[in-house]
Structure formats: structure tokens, C-alpha cells
Design a protein around this ligand. Structure first.
Ligand code: PMP
Length: 393
């Protein structure tokens, strides 16, 4: 048994202690906390659709018609009518035969990987994949081989050298959640074909964000049809909660029968499913939303580079401001909070030791004037703390 008192003391000493905090949203990008309004540069609400009148109305109407809870698991009585509509629209959005909704993105990854990969199989997983992919690999009975982040020669070497009596599966984030860079899916699909491996892509931070019509990373790289398992979330650009997997009819039927996180959990409420469905329709109706998001992201990246930060020009809204130590990351986040801006400090175990950072995220709902003012405040706070020295980090 763990000694949790001692563990907590250790976390505090290492600046790794965390606690939840109650933020009251004012709109998609401002929150109220302890009587003060803050600019939010830390949310995954990429399109700002949590506050879209159409999305909110759809959730309200679903409650009026079907009540608040689903009352059962998907395979018992929990599959209320909006599920079929959402799954059909998700399959159309991803250009696949079928899709299935899970209760969270986390559950989609854990349930899918542990259902499809078994003993004799080998999973090749990027070193910076999301925790839910890591947990899915651990739960499966397959051997897992971690390849260096986005390192294609290393992946090729692993594929060539690791013996496999069953099926190979390569799994990556389309857009990496803490670094905001993209997996090179063209090269990955080429390697997969050479070694008869299946490819699974987690599109949590890509669907609704990048690619034609916001269809995600696989569509961005033009390799959509070479990916066997398209995973995504309803909790980010789609302004609700839940996760999904899109793919062939057989894959989806298999997951419905075998993915334990799908089978053994009460289905999402009508309001959550309705909100995701309405957000998906808004995404289609308003293609300028995703364009605005990326233009805001490029704007902030340029402004940060001009201020002296080492920031890449990836076309994604996740922008890591590297700080190094967990203590400095917490101090910078705290200084920005005092300046009216919320950006989370990301520390181990989420990122490697000495790679602590502020994870800045941009939304389509931000105004560029407030983004420009925020970058000035970030630069000033970083200089005051000595993490942006002489205009460069
Ligand atoms: N995959 C990635 C890449 C993520 O970043 C996250 C959550 N942030 C998830 C999966 C899990 O999704 P959810 O929050 O919907 O459970």
C-alpha cells in the first residue's frame, strides 16, 4: 500500500503537487475565478463552440425530449436516438464506413487498443503519445515498443528488428497534445505498408482543427484511406465530452462487442451527444471557424517568435512555451495569473523532467488584439523570471 501522506509531501517538495480549481466560464475564452475575470489560453475548446447558441440549444432540446441521463450502457438501454445520428455523421466526417462513440477519448483509446491488440502482436507507439494510448497498450496483452518521438529511422529500425508472430500496429497522435507538432503520417503509412502494419491515429487535437473541412491530421497529409483506426474526441473542438473511433464496419462491430470501456459503462447523456452533433454541424456550416483558429495560432506563434521565444511554425493551436524546471513553470504560470491570463504549467509526469512548460492553446474565439496583449505580458513575465534572457529563450 502507498503511504499517501508521504507521497503528497514529496509532490509538494518537487513542485509537482496539483489540485482542482473551480473556473466559472464567462464565454469560450474568459473565465471568472475568485471574483476576477481571466483570459483563458489553456483550453482545448478550439472552435469556441461550447458557447455557440446553436450547440447550447441542441443540448437543451435533448434534455427536454429525452431527459438528463441515459440510464444504461450502450448495449442495454442507453443508446438513445441521437447516438445513431452522431455515429453516422462522424463516419461521414471521417470518410469511413462506420463510427462508434465512447464515453471519453481516454476510454476510446484504452478500450480500442486493448481490444484489437493481443498476445503475439506488437504495438509500435511514439514516445510522446497520450497517456490513454500508453494505458491501452499496457492493458493489451501485446508487446509494446516505444520509438523515439517522430523519429522515422528509429521506427523503421524497430519494425525491422522486433520479431512479431501476430499483427503489427503503429499508433501515434496526429497532433501531439503537449508539443503541438504533427506525426509524419505519410512516412508512417509508407513504413506500415512495407511491414504490413495497421496504423491508428489519435486525432484528439486535430479533428475540427486542421485538414480540409477540419477532417484532421490523416486528411491533412492525404493518407486518410491508409489509416485503419481513426480515433478522436468530442471533448475538444466538438465542445462536448466523449470519444469515438471511425473505421471499417467490421472494426466498429468488433469494438462494440469487445471493447470493455464501451461495454461496461453507462452511455453519455442525451445533452452531451446532442451538443457534439450540433458542433459537428456547425463545423460544416462555418468553415471559416477552423480558418480563424489557424490564423489566430499563426498570429500568436509569430508574436512569440518576435518576442524572442523559440517557437516552431507548426500549423496547430497548441504552442509550448518551454521553461525547463517545474518550479519556473509554476512561477511563470502564477505571474501570468496575476496579470489576468490563465495558462497551465505542464510538469512531469505529463512531460519529461526538465521539459516543463506553459502549454498555450489558441481558440477561434480569441480576438487578435487580446492575443497580442497577452504575448506582451508573457514576454514581460518570462523576462522578469529570467527564463527569457536578453530577448531570447
Ligand atoms: N488523446 C489525446 C491526444 C488527448 O490529448 C486526450 C485528452 N486531453 C485524450 C486522448 C483523452 O480524451 P478525453 O479528454 O476526451 O478523455
Amino acid at each position: 500500500m502507498k503511504d499517501w501522506k508521504e507521497a503528497l509531501a514529496g509532490l509538494k517538495q518537487e513542485n509537482l503537487f496539483r489540485e482542482t480549481c473551480s473556473y466559472a466560464p464567462e464565454d469560450a475564452v474568459h473565465v471568472r475565478l475568485e471574483g476576477r475575470s481571466y483570459l483563458l489560453l489553456a483550453s482545448n475548446n478550439y472552435l469556441g463552440l461550447t458557447h455557440s447558441p446553436a450547440v447550447k440549444e441542441a443540448a437543451r432540446a435533448a434534455i427536454d425530449r429525452w431527459g438528463t441521463g441515459s440510464g444504461g450502457a450502450r448495449l442495454t438501454t442507453g443508446s438513445h436516438p441521437l447516438y445513431a445520428e452522431l455515429e453516422t455523421e462522424l463516419a461521414r466526417f471521417k470518410g469511413t464506413e462506420a463510427a462508434v462513440v465512447f464515453n471519453t477519448g481516454y476510454m476510446a483509446n484504452v478500450g480500442t487498443i486493448s481490444a484489437v491488440a493481443g498476445s503475439g502482436d506488437v504495438i509500435f507507439s511514439d514516445a510522446l503519445n497520450h497517456a490513454s494510448i500508453i494505458d491501452g497498450c499496457r492493458l493489451s496483452k501485446a508487446r509494446t515498443v516505444i520509438f523515439r518521438h517522430n523519429d522515422m529511422p528509429h521506427l523503421a529500425a524497430c519494425l525491422a528488428q522486433v520479431p512479431c508472430t501476430g499483427q503489427r500496429l503503429i499508433v501515434v497522435d496526429g497532433v501531439f497534445s503537449m508539443d503541438g507538432d504533427m506525426a509524419p503520417l505519410k512516412e508512417i503509412t509508407q513504413l506500415a505498408e512495407r511491414y504490413s502494419a495497421l496504423v491508428m491515429v489519435d486525432e484528439a487535437h486535430a479533428a475540427g482543427v486542421i485538414g480540409p473541412a477540419g477532417a484532421g491530421a490523416a486528411a491533412y497529409w492525404g493518407v486518410k484511406d491508409r489509416i485503419s483506426i481513426h480515433m478522436g474526441t468530442l471533448s475538444k473542438a466538438l465542445a462536448s465530452e466523449g470519444g469515438y473511433v471511425a473505421g471499417s464496419r467490421e472494426l466498429i462491430a468488433y469494438l462494440v462487442n469487445k471493447a470493455r470501456s464501451f461495454i461496461f459503462s453507462t452511455a453519455l447523456s442525451p445533452a452531451s451527444v446532442a451538443a457534439a452533433l450540433a458542433a459537428l454541424r456547425e463545423l460544416k456550416k462555418q468553415p471559416d471557424l477552423a480558418e480563424r483558429l489557424l490564423s489566430n495560432a499563426q498570429f500568436v506563434r509569430r508574436q512569440l517568435i518576435d518576442a524572442g521565444f523559440a517557437v516552431s511554425r507548426e500549423p496547430t493551436p497548441i504552442i509550448p512555451v518551454m521553461v525547463g524546471s517545474a518550479a519556473k513553470a509554476v512561477q511563470l504560470s502564477q505571474a501570468l495569473k496575476e496579470a489576468g491570463i490563465l495558462i497551465s504549467a505542464i510538469r512531469p509526469p505529463t512531460v519529461p523532467p526538465d521539459a516543463s512548460r506553459l502549454r498555450l492553446t489558441v481558440s477561434a474565439a480569441h480576438e487578435q488584439t487580446e492575443l497580442a496583449a497577452a504575448v506582451q505580458k508573457i514576454a514581460k513575465a518570462a523576462q522578469d523570471l529570467g527564463v527569457l534572457k536578453g530577448g531570447s529563450i
